[in-house]
Design a protein around this ligand. Structure first.
Ligand code: 5GP
Ligand code: MG
Ligand code: MG
Length: 185
């Protein structure tokens, strides 16, 4: 895999984004909503850079039918989320690609009557957007390549990589071999 951002670079980017979030909210209480599962690593690091009173909740966005980025029917499940009525909500996701996921999640969040809704993402993929809405906070802009690590997965694997890497053809082949060998015992 080709490393796009090192552990240190990611840490610096998250630190900078946290400063922007702090500049926006000051010491107002914040309800952070983590879009499962790709944002969990970012959220874990981000909340330790924030000092306002905050809560951390989760919301689930799933698309059926796609192995990597190809999108099937998108559904949002807010059953695990806490009450956000009258609260300042900051949605956190891993990557803004076409933008459909974030738009759909924001729509859902608004049904619960928050005081405000903003969004923060680790990555925005260049030249892929199909919506006019944009995330309020972006740590890194990336080219149009499939990336894994720091929470982002391929086939539910590689979320644990401390860096962000591009998954290339030979990595895909190696992954398939590994899974096949594991299934064969
Ligand atoms: P969107 O709805 O913005 O097109 O897609 C957002 C979702 O697609 C992300 O939350 C993520 O799950 C997935 N996605 C898009 N690009 C990538 C990528 O490069 N790597 C990984 N691992 N997931 C991606
Ligand atoms: Mg996602
Ligand atoms: Mg995924």
């Amino acid at each position: 895999m080709r490393i796009l951002y090192s552990k240190q670079q990611l840490q610096d980017g998250v630190h900078k984004m946290a400063a922007e979030i702090t500049a926006t909210y000051g010491d107002k209480p914040l309800s952070i909503v983590s879009v499962l599962t790709g944002s969990v690593v970012l959220v874990a690091d981000l909340i330790r850079e924030l000092e306002m009173p905050l809560r951390v909740g989760v919301i689930e966005a799933s698309s059926y039918g796609g192995e990597t980025t190809t999108r099937g029917e998108l559904s949002v499940n807010a059953e695990l989320m806490f009450d956000i009525k009258g609260r300042h909500v900051l949605l956190v996701d891993d990557i803004f690609d076409t933008g459909h996921t974030l738009v759909k999640v924001i729509e859902k969040i608004k049904e619960f009557g928050p005081k405000s809704v903003r969004s923060a993402v680790l990555l925005r993929k260049h030249g892929r957007q199909e919506v006019t809405a944009q995330p309020d906070f972006v740590a890194f802009e990336i080219p149009d390549e499939f990336v894994v690590g720091y929470g982002l997965d391929y086939d539910d694997h590689y979320r644990n990589l401390p860096h962000l890497a591009v998954m290339e053809e030979d990595d895909l082949a190696r992954h398939k071999e590994l899974i096949a060998a594991d299934a064969a015992g």
